[in-house]
Ligand binder design. Structure first.
Ligand code: NAD
Length: 477
């Protein structure tokens, strides 16, 4: 049983409610967790507000000592944390370990970067005046995160906010909260003072509303769907709560006819189905040049058919279960729509019969779709790879940009001119050229259009949690 973590204490939810975290591969209960609501959230905000007074006055060097210890604790406990992550998320063990390594790197990187939260001195146009800008921690931050990266999503925002000198009320996702508890424990063991990080779980709309209503909660960092991001934007006007929003994606992949088709198809089959396609930056819409379309179609179908589906603990498994029955149904519904639109299913798309339990779905490749198709216009968040063809650069760019989303995009070509022009014309916050993981701890990560606002990671991520203050000194009196 996991309780709420407020002011350094593990306590039951005020209304004593609990919920079950399920293993999506077996449908067994992994743990009971306290199910809190707005009342628990208010308690956590009060604790964070009290703790802010002292934490915001520590130096970045003092905070760095704790955050670096936490990074090391995470590395030392990687096996236990990865075990928990596979149980609650279903992802393959090597993916879980890779993600936890990145979470540790985030704590270490922000521990160092906060030492560089520089302001500036501004030359003025008067001899009797001096101007400077300093950066100060914003205050209490609400951090609401999605289930799909149970360590990375919280770590990315927690590390930056804590390093900046803010205190945190975190609400991890109810589907995968247990990994977040491990992270919180590593921070506590590293010496994080009481109240600096608090964990509340339960009724998400009530907790979100309590954050938006509270004058002491200065910002919400939200990682999740565009739908909930919009709800938070509506609610944020009441108390002028600031927002960082990392929302949904629908990434296009442009594959030009000068590439090594086999190599790109082989890597695409791994990239698209990482975490079962449940990744905001997941390469989703595959636009392939008409000259290589048929060849690519045959190769990608071959490689996707060979992917091994199973429990994330099994050796050699590439693809685990989807996170919930609801998610499985949502992907199946999109596939039904595609079939009704005349789509050709080249492989997969069925529930594999070898599993009596779990939310598995056979990795799927689909062709014969138009731009208007549900599989082109929606974020699929599942193991489906839709194929489209394009005529030339203009056609590819027009199709790629034809979406309300603007998070990640991908280009594969060996032609420098094509890569340069395409990257400049794509309306996305992230462009990967000849690579499938265009992000890093040290680089800004953020979406255009309805994929979000603000940035996480990199120095940009730190400044999301710092306020700028102009200090103007008159010298004439
Ligand atoms: P979701 O929006 O349903 O939930 C995200 C979080 O918001 C969860 O903690 C949930 O409990 C909480 N929540 C739900 N309703 C709320 C409300 N009314 N008020 C406040 N909080 C509320 O998203 P999900 O299904 O968990 O995650 C998948 C989505 O997240 C996808 O769209 C994916 O692209 C996106 N995502 C984006 C990024 C990014 O960095 N851009 C990273 C990971 C996931």
């Amino acid at each position: 049983m996991k309780q709420q973590f407020i002011n350094g204490q593990f306590i039951d939810a005020i209304d004593k409610q609990t919920f079950e975290v399920l293993n999506p591969a077996t449908e067994e209960v992994v743990s009971l967790v306290s199910f809190g609501n707005d009342k628990d959230c208010l308690l956590a905000i009060d604790a964070a507000q009290t703790a802010f007074a002292a934490w915001s006055k520590t130096t970045p060097y003092q905070r760095a000592e704790i955050l670096k210890k936490a990074a090391n604790n995470i590395r030392e406990n990687i096996d236990a944390i990865a075990h928990t992550m596979v149980l609650e998320s279903g992802k393959p063990l090597p993916e879980a370990k890779g993600e936890i390594g990145v979470a540790a790197n985030l704590f270490e990187w922000y521990a160092e970067e906060a030492k560089r939260s520089y302001g500036k001195v501004i030359p003025t146009n008067r001899v009797d005046k001096r101007s400077s800008v300093i950066c100060q921690p914003m205050g209490v931050i609400g951090i609401i995160t999605a289930w799909n990266f149970p360590a990375y999503n919280p770590a990315r925002a927690w590390a930056a906010a804590l390093a900046a000198g803010c205190t945190v009320v975190a609400k991890p996702a109810e589907d995968t909260p247990l990994t977040a508890y491990h992270l919180a424990e590593t921070l506590v063991n590293a010496g994080l003072p009481n109240g600096v990080l608090n964990l509340v779980l339960g009724n998400a709309p009530a907790i979100g509303q309590a954050m938006l209503n509270h004058p002491h909660l200065k910002k919400i960092s939200f990682t999740g769907s565009t739908r909930v991001g919009k709800l938070l934007m509506d609610g944020a006007s009441k108390k002028h709560t600031k927002l960082s929003l990392e929302l949904g994606g629908n990434a296009p992949v442009l594959i030009f006819d000068d590439v090594d088709v086999d190599a790109v198809a082989k890597a695409a089959a791994i990239s698209r189905f990482r975490n079962n396609g449940q990744v905001c930056t997941s390469a989703q819409r595959f636009y392939v040049h008409k000259n290589i379309f048929e060849e690519f179609k045959i190769l990608i179908t071959k490689y996707v058919s060979a992917l091994k589906v199973g429990n994330g603990f099994e050796d050699g498994v590439n693809v685990g279960p989807l996170i919930t029955k609801k998610q499985q149904e949502s992907v199946l519904a999109l596939l039904e729509k595609a079939k009704a639109e005349g789509a050709e299913i080249l492989t997969g798309g069925n529930i594999p019969t070898k599993f009596s339990k779990g939310y598995f779905l056979q990795p799927c490749v689909v062709a014969g779709l138009t731009q208007a198709s549900a599989l082109a216009q929606n974020e699929i968040f599942g193991p489906v790879l839709p194929l489209f063809s394009f005529e030339d650069l203009d056609d590819a760019i027009a199709k790629a940009n034809d979406t309300e989303y603007g998070l990640a995009s991908y280009i594969f070509t060996n032609n420098l001119k094509t890569a340069t022009l395409a990257s400049e014309r794509l309306e996305f916050g992230i462009v990967g050229i000849n690579e499938w993981a265009p992000h890093g701890t040290e680089s800004p990560f953020g979406g255009w259009k309805q994929s979000g606002q603000g940035h996480e990671s990199g120095s940009e991520g730190l400044f999301e949690y710092l306020e700028k203050k102009l200090i103007s000194v008159g010298l004439s009196l």
